[in-house]
Write a protein that binds this ligand. Structure first.
Ligand SMILES: *Cc1c(COP(=O)(O)O)cnc(C)c1O
Length: 391
């Protein structure tokens, strides 16, 4: 059996052709493939605007900038996420506060967020960054109500959940990143994610003013728009109006994004199929707990809004299972080491014991192989080895 990772990209001849074609075109960056990918992505998640950027971390940084995060800002996120969800606040000089997870789903626990908000006067906190962890969509309708009550903005970190959705109180499907409840949402196109371009990211929003800021900050804070210029010296003239960055996504990668996106629904269906096989295999095994799906992501016809970036199980001897699987060329992974226990965040005053549910989850969790090109035979092999160890 060849090595089986926990996640990997799926590249077809069509993807390769699209990249080669762009390499032979007039534009390697700032060309027409950028807008084409942005438009296709906005349509896919049901948002009005999309802004392609160099990676998911840059997307988070630009969102924090556009929302005006500064030294006075205090922002709540989850410890069970990739550290970039919290770091974006630090890039802008703001303070990170964590709230613990709901142990059944490992999603940010809204009750704990509320308790933190209520412990301080209104206006003390400025924003919330919930994460659709593992592809399990956060109920953003509930988070929006809470945010409105306390005057907060929301950045949805939807890196794990393109194509995912939750069902709102009216019974309507709400796609992750559709901009209906969150001010902005962000995605990553790292090779382990659903849509793989190597590096790449996307911000989606329905807010025109935020959209304009993101465009400006993505490219040095420079504009050539005659409507916005303070002076105009001629055809060459441009102005740097804000301190921005170069966070652009090149045309070759956007071309890859376009062809990847065309297969996104098929990939998602395959992920759901893999999850179902794991679910059935582990349902009757004592000693394996499958990470729960939030109620809002379940629907009656057996379809679910869970986008299955990860398939997470919890076991007592996690390290033993991790090592046993590695011996058999199965490279399961741990998502995540709680952010507040990282030396950097400990240096800011956080300590082990601060968020017990996150730490308990971390002690037991393991992400099994989950990607569209995983074969039925490979999955059977993985299941067999997991059962062999636990049983
Ligand atoms: C991958 C990921 C990011 C960062 O994306 P990059 O493209 O790697 O910068 C941020 N948040 C979450 C939850 C992620 O999974």
């Amino acid at each position: 059996m060849k090595p089986i990772p926990y996640g990997r990209q799926h590249i077809t001849q069509e993807d390769i052709d699209a990249v080669v074609e762009t390499l032979q075109s007039d534009y390697l960056t700032q060309g027409p493939k950028v807008a084409e990918f942005e438009q296709a992505f906005a349509n896919y998640v049901g948002a009005k605007y999309a802004v392609a950027v160099s990676n998911g971390t840059a997307a988070l940084h630009l969102c924090a900038m556009a929302l005006g995060v500064n030294e006075e800002s205090r922002v709540i996120t989850t410890p069970i996420t990739f550290v970039a969800s919290a770091n974006c606040v630090r890039y802008c000089g703001g303070t990170v506060e964590f709230a613990d997870i709901d142990p059944t789903t490992a999603l940010l626990d809204i009750a704990k967020v509320r308790a933190i908000l209520e412990s301080k006067p209104k206006g003390y906190y400025t924003g919330i960054i919930p994460v659709d962890f593992a592809g399990n969509p956060v109920n953003l309708e509930e988070f929006r109500k809470l945010a409105d009550e306390f005057g907060l903005w929301i950045i949805e970190d939807a890196c794990h959940a393109p194509g995912g959705y939750f069902t709102d109180s009216k019974g309507e499907k709400q796609l992750c990143g559709n901009g209906k409840f969150a001010d902005m949402a962000i995605f990553s196109f790292h090779p382990v994610k659903h849509i793989a371009t190597g590096e790449g990211g996307m911000i989606t929003t329905n807010d025109e003013a935020l959209y304009q800021k993101l465009l400006l900050y993505r490219t040095h804070g420079i504009t050539r728009d005659p409507q916005l210029l303070q002076e105009n010296h001629g055809g060459w003239y441009m102005e740097m109006q804000e301190l921005g960055y170069n966070y652009r996504m090149p045309d070759m990668l956007c071309a890859l994004g376009v062809t990847q996106l065309q297969r996104a629904e098929a990939g998602l269906a395959r992920r759901k199929g893999i999850a179902k096989v794991y679910d059935e295999a582990f349902a009757t095994i004592d000693g394996i707990e499958v990470l729960g799906t939030s109620a809002e992501a379940l629907s009656e016809n057996g379809d679910t809004g869970h986008a299955y970036h990860l398939y997470v199980i919890k076991v007592a001897d996690r390290k033993g299972l991790y090592n046993f699987l590695r011996q058999h060329n199965i490279f399961a992974q741990v998502h995540y080491i709680p952010a507040h226990t990282m030396p950097y965040y400990r240096g800011l005053g956080f300590k082990k014991g601060d968020y017990p549910e996150s730490e308990n989850y971390y002690a037991a969790c393991l992400s099994l192989p989950m990607y569209p090109s995983l074969t039925a035979e490979e999955q059977e092999f993985v299941i067999g080895k997991v059962k062999e160890f636990v049983g």
